[in-house]
Design a protein. Structure first.
Length: 186
């Protein structure tokens, strides 16, 4: 087995770069979990904006059982910052969907067809300005990485940017005119 530092570090950097692309897509992403999401599979789901699962799915980061730690996306994500979520990293214990939802690893447990549920979930955001959705997601991600005072500065900066968009003008006009806005994502 290669025990040099270079190969594992390059592999981790490659995986993190791929997951970072998913995390920074200009559109929101939804992971649909049906069955098991362990190790890199869960880390891939954590890189998505939202995670939905069927009841009975199992999630976990079992790397500790191999003498390792998650390397792609499992430890620095907002969900992992919660001590209850950190417990699955430190114990390697898998959790059922219900517990995963309680500790913030899942956004929602769905009944019925998972693809239909994912499409319905996405429709909750359809029609909103993609620019505003992206700025809001950026504010949340960046705000969680800093103390509250700094997070509020980030929020203020991104809010100011949102006010400069054509979509903001359309949204405010539509509100005043009591009609549904037609965003053009600009």
């Amino acid at each position: 087995m290669d025990r040099s530092l270079r190969a594992p570090r390059e592999g981790v950097a490659f995986g993190q770069a791929i997951f970072a692309k998913l995390d920074t897509l200009p559109i929101l992403s939804i992971a649909l979990i049906n069955g098991f999401a362990f190790g890199g599979g869960l880390e891939l789901a954590l890189a998505c904006t939202f995670r939905l699962s069927v009841r009975g799915a199992r999630l976990g980061l079992p790397e500790i059982k191999l003498g390792l730690i998650p390397g792609y996306w499992g430890t620095p994500t907002p969900a992992a910052a919660d001590r209850r979520s950190a417990q699955i990293i430190l114990t390697g214990r898998p959790v059922e969907a219900e517990e995963a939802e309680r500790i913030g690893l899942l956004n929602r447990i769905v009944e019925g067809d998972l693809l239909d549920a994912g499409a319905n979930f996405a429709r909750e955001m359809t029609g909103y300005s993609l620019c505003a959705l992206g700025l809001a997601r950026d504010a949340v991600h960046r705000g969680l990485a800093f103390p509250l005072k700094d997070g509020l500065e980030i929020e203020a900066d991104l809010n100011t940017l949102a006010f400069q968009t054509a979509d903001a003008v359309e949204g405010m006009l539509a509100f005043l005119e009591k009609r549904k806005p037609v965003f053009r994502d600009g």
